[in-house]
Design a protein around this ligand. Structure first.
Ligand SMILES: Cc1ncc(COP(=O)(O)O)c(C=O)c1O
Length: 439
């Protein structure tokens, strides 16, 4: 039985669906006493059969020699480099994202940092969409810039001219090595047209002689509703802490792309020590079995909540949900690039922290916490939390106002969540300056 079925990709001449693959791919029960589920391999190091084998495995893990066909990253050596629990999830994430390879890391920020450390050098320039998750803005604007990497933002992900302007501006500072996207963006849900970015970068490469790689943060919709590699991204990064982990009980990151793109990142992960531990990796494999179920159900509930927000005249000025946008360009990108809306989106009230805080403090089912993508619904105020480290002008430019409230809709019944919002809106406006708006 060993090795027979655990890398099966098709049945009866038809490719297997990712939801089927998530229960089995990459794990051979015969290697673990027939256990249906993989054990947690709590070991820091692995025994070589011979000294020659040890030398051989080290050559592969150090990148001096390619891994033998069908052997993933080569033989097991030491758990900072590779271990069975991480390799099972890497194989499954690559399948879901339609990528050649995947890597796990100890957090989403470790994934982004490993990509940056492998592909950027002091003196390089980096062009990035803004807004990004606040931690990524801080990494680019404060940490990498301290290492001599120049970040240049652009704010319209549907405009060739906006990207070209940023590329030309960046090129005045140094070689442009990376274009970094996050789509949908956290917390505005603005979509970037990945295909347009690919075409623009390729076109610019012909005149400038520079070929920046395109990296896309796919945390908010991927891998179920969006696969940026199919649209021309070179590398995807993930906070697997969110939907893929899906239960708000672990912190992890992931990277997908071609073997060639990921090779230097694998080296950086080993050198800096960004590997994910066996227990969290095991929990991710467990979570991936229900990933499409959870994301589809949460997206359906999110759609109902957004619909209610869009129809009620109590408070919101704007609903930043891809199916309720008034911008036809954004709608076109959504229709061509995504197969569902996800379940994290924001709504905007008057640019007034007191009003926003009254709404947040009135919620009883939505828990007041940062993060997203778990089974439980969460609400947060990005301007005072996740994006508080972003300079105020940059926040304003990106539309992250004091009146922006982000929801992550989980698996509770949507009618209960709507009731929670309704009573929070009522209590926030009773007796206050907005009372008439609510009546
Ligand atoms: C879009 C996005 N990317 C990256 C990260 C960072 O992930 P982690 O907290 O797992 O390091 C987050 C965290 O909220 C996020 O929302």
């Amino acid at each position: 039985m060993s090795g027979k079925n655990f890398r099966r990709t098709e049945l009866g001449g038809k490719p297997l669906h990712p939801s089927t693959q998530m229960t089995a791919y990459g794990y051979d029960p015969a290697l673990s006493e027939g256990a249906v589920k993989p054990p947690v391999f709590l070991t820091s190091t692995f025994v070589f059969e011979t000294a020659e084998q040890g030398a051989d495995f080290f050559d592969v893990v150090a990148g001096r020699k390619p891994a033998p066909e069908g052997m993933g990253a080569g033989g097991l050596v030491y758990s900072r480099f590779n271990h069975p629990n991480t390799e099972i999830v890497e194989d499954r994430l690559a399948i879901y994202d339609k990528a050649e390879k995947a890597l796990l890391t100890s957090s989403g920020m470790a994934a982004i940092s490993a990509v940056a450390l492998a592909h950027l050098r002091p003196g390089d320039a980096l062009v990035h969409y803004t807004p990004l998750y606040g931690g990524t803005e801080t990494l680019f604007g404060k940490v990498l810039s301290g290492w001599g990497v120049k970040p240049i933002p652009f704010t319209d992900g549907a405009s060739e001219a906006a990207l070209l302007y940023a590329l030309e501006k960046a090129a005045r500072h140094g070689p442009v090595k990376m274009v970094y996207l996050e789509t949908p963006a956290n917390p505005t849900n603005a979509l970037t047209d990945i295909k347009l970015i690919r075409e623009t970068v390729d076109h610019w490469a012909m005149t400038s002689g520079q070929k920046p790689i395109i990296v896309c943060d796919n945390t908010m919709m991927g891998p179920v509703f969006q696969r940026p590699i199919e649209f021309g991204a070179d590398i995807c990064v993930y906070s697997l802490t969110k939907y893929v982990g899906g239960h708000s009980d672990l912190v992890a990151g992931g990277i997908t792309g071609s073997a060639e793109m990921l090779q230097p990142i694998r080296q950086a992960r080993s050198a800096y020590g960004f590997q994910l531990d066996p227990h969290s990796s095991w929990m991710l494999a467990r979570s991936m079995e229900t990933l499409s179920l959870r994301m589809e159900r949460a997206a359906e509930s999110g759609r109902k909540v957004a619909q209610w927000l869009a129809q009620n005249d109590m408070i919101p000025y704007d609903i930043m949900h891809p199916e309720f946008t008034n911008d036809p360009k954004q709608r076109d990108i959504y229709d061509s690039q995504c197969t569902g809306p996800g379940s994290t989106f924001s709504f905007v009230v008057e640019d007034n922290r007191d009003l926003a805080f009254r709404i947040l403090n009135g919620m009883t089912l939505f828990k007041l916490a940062v993060s997203l993508g778990g089974t439980e619904s969460l609400v947060c105020h990005p301007a005072s939390t996740t994006h508080s480290g972003v300079p105020i002008e940059a926040r304003k430019m990106a539309g992250v106002t004091e009146g922006l409230i982000r929801l992550s809709v989980g698996l509770e019944h949507p009618d209960d969540l709507i009731r929670d919002l309704e009573q929070a809106f009522k209590s926030a406006t009773q007796g206050g300056p907005h009372a008439t708006a609510a009546e």
